[in-house]
Design a protein. Structure first.
Length: 312
């Protein structure tokens, strides 16, 4: 059990956290990044990124590794740990980790991002890890030449479907409406891909499976227009129905909105606690793009630098 003392503690290692670190260390601030339980954040689960300026095509893992190395090279300390409790009522702020370590800081940037949502079906829970997944990049490999289902109609679902189509024989995209929410360029790629079919206006009522070996065998879907129910055979189900902010530990410490996102002052990263700032998806219910998270991290760093100047 160690006690770490730093001027600026950054919680989270996605584009917001690393960019904040890069800006703050370059301003001469003593910075410690605590990674969170998924080093590199959600982008590490994205196979190909084509919309981060400067990189025509790069994997999410590689992009995050580059950001990490840049922050460390400039002087940021990086610790692989996960904060489970915060005390923002006293100064210096104290954050405690699952490994029993304590982090004392004059200022904190919360960049803990968001996590995938689930359908909340009992059968989804039952077959999680046995054919049900929320990460095509992690688990797609197991479905080479097989049939997979992707649930959702946003950029995540469409990106997962396109990635899976490079491995699987058949990809069935199940969307609850008749129009995808995803970017047009990605939609066009889906419609042009002969391996991908779309089940429109449909919701997954149950994930079907077998025991010994425990595995997914298909889904039961209901058409919300006609109420018709059908079973479709499949070997895997990838759920991509959006995200929720990782803010459980801040409940009671920071003001959150009705969906759990951290509320910040207008045109600022400042939260209701002076000296605590928020950046990236954890405060962004709308845009959620890597490049925007990076920009948001830069804003938080600049706000934190100004704050630290006033308390130095
Ligand atoms: P999203 O844009 O919120 O889309 C979620 C999708 O899941 C929607 O199509 C939604 O249907 C559907 N959905 C939600 N709850 C459902 C439920 N209970 N049952 C069935 N379907 C459900 O989330 P996302 O796709 O994860 O994207 C999140 C953010 O990351 C977005 O801002 C997105 O642009 C960004 N992103 C960008 C890229 C990129 O390459 N640019 C890649 C991935 C993600 P409705 O459409 O009916 O609401």
């Amino acid at each position: 059990m160690a006690l770490y003392t730093t001027d600026l503690l950054i919680l989270g290692s996605g584009p917001a956290g690393y960019t904040a670190a890069i800006y703050a260390v370059r301003a001469g601030v003593d910075v410690t990044i605590v990674s969170g339980n998924q080093e590199g954040g959600q982008l590490t689960m994205t196979s190909t990124i084509e919309n981060f300026p400067g990189f025509e095509e790069i994997s999410g893992f590689e992009l995050m590794e580059k950001m990490k190395q840049q922050a460390i090279k400039l002087g940021a300390k990086f610790i692989n740990d996960h904060i489970v409790e915060v005390d923002f009522a006293h100064r210096p702020f104290i954050c405690s980790s699952e490994n029993g370590h304590s982090y004392k800081a004059k200022a904190v940037i919360v960049a803990t991002g968001s996590s995938a949502k689930w359908l909340n079906l009992p059968s989804e829970k039952k077959y999680l890890g046995y054919g049900v997944s929320a990460c095509a990049t992690c688990d797609g490999f197991f479905y080479r030449n097989r049939t997979v289902v992707v649930v959702g109609g946003g950029n995540s679902a469409v990106a997962e479907a396109l990635y899976l189509a490079t491995l699987a024989e058949k990809v069935i995209l199940v969307h609850r409406r008749h129009k995808l929410r995803a970017d047009k360029i990605l939609q066009d790629r889906v419609f042009e891909n002969r391996k991908i079919t779309v089940e429109w206006d449909s919701v997954v009522e149950e994930i079907l499976g077998a025991e010994e070996p425990k595995k997914v065998t298909g889904i039961r879907i209901r058409n919300v227009e006609t109420d018709a129910v059908r079973e479709i055979s499949a070997d895997g189900v990838f759920v991509a129905v959006g995200h929720q902010p990782n803010t459980d530990i801040f409940r009671g410490n920071l003001v959150l909105d009705s969906k759990g996102y951290i509320v910040t002052h207008e045109n600022s990263s400042a939260t209701d606690v002076e000296g605590v700032f928020a950046a990236g998806d954890v405060k962004d219910p709308k845009y959620k793009q890597a490049v925007i998270s990076a920009g948001s991290g830069a804003i938080a760093a600049m706000d934190a630098i100004n704050y630290l100047d006033t308390v130095a």
